[in-house]
Write a protein that binds this ligand. Structure first.
Ligand code: 3PY
Ligand code: MG
Length: 251
């Protein structure tokens, strides 16, 4: 899993998808697709704490790193998913430098942060605590989402926070928050995305974004974005089933 963070930090292109289907079968199917990582979505899906551990376990079977998008900023939910063995966390709706620092504190063990030590799955249920302590800060990916007008306004201070690996842009929320929804406001949204990406790159941080399709990944890669969450298992299921049905009707 350490390798995954190294790839993210090096700016290698990494492709993941959101796991929103609350069942390990969906994780195994997605994990076998060749993607670089999964991100279990506990913000917008009905996936609770116990299930998260089983979904991470299913991903581990396929040696695919599983991050978790936590529902909010609570340090106990960040600690809980990391104790379950998540390869990283994606913290939504970070709008200030102090929220960014709080995410670092909850994710990293001392001396960098103040995550608590416990006998969770990640630490071999208590039998490998020293090994886990020795490697966790270097192997866990911390990504924070910039997706509000306030986050955009505070971007210079947020990207300066040490301990964050990936500045991840949420274009859906961002477009609503800055009043740039729909195709006629595409330029305004693109300018905001570019401003966030440029600020993050200046501090050497990796930049990520959600894309519903792969259509413009080449273009965003030229803007220095390397960490992608491409749609979700539910979106891929719906889109490919719809395409299959259409093809079958027209055959
Ligand atoms: C958004 O676009 O708002 C997201 O959170 C995507 O991950
Ligand atoms: Mg969002």
């Amino acid at each position: 899993m350490k390798e995954f963070r190294q790839k993210c930090l090096a700016g290698d292109r990494v492709i993941g998808t959101f796991a929103a289907i609350p069942h390990p079968v969906a994780i195994e199917v997605a994990a076998a697709s060749g993607l670089d990582f999964l991100c279990i979505d506990a913000e917008h899906s009905q996936i609770g704490r116990e299930l998260i551990e089983n979904l991470v376990r299913a991903s581990d079977v396929h040696r695919v790193p599983a991050m978790v998008r936590v529902p909010g900023h609570a340090p106990e939910s960040i600690a809980g998913v990391l104790d379950a063995g998540a390869a990283g966390v994606l913290v939504p709706r970070v709008s200030t430098a102090s929220q960014a620092r709080a995410a670092v504190m909850a994710t990293r063990y001392p001396p960098v942060g103040e995550r608590g030590v416990g006998p969770g799955r990640a630490a071999g249920y208590g039998y490998r605590i020293p090994d886990y302590l020795a490697s966790a800060n270097e192997s866990i990916v911390l990504a924070i989402q910039i997706e509000t007008a306030e986050g955009l306004a505070n971007i210079e201070e947020i990207v300066a926070v040490e301990g964050i690996d990936v500045i991840f842009i949420g274009p859906g929320d961002l477009s609503v928050s800055i009043g740039a929804m729909g195709p006629k406001n595409a330029d305004k949204l693109d300018a905001a995305i570019t401003a966030i990406a440029d600020a993050a790159r200046k501090t050497g941080k990796t930049v990520g974004i959600f894309r519903p399709t792969a259509d413009d990944i080449g273009r965003w890669s030229k803007a220095g974005i390397s960490f992608y969450l491409l749609a979700s298992d539910t979106m891929f299921l719906g889109a490919s089933l719809a395409a299959g049905v259409t093809a079958a009707r027209n055959a």
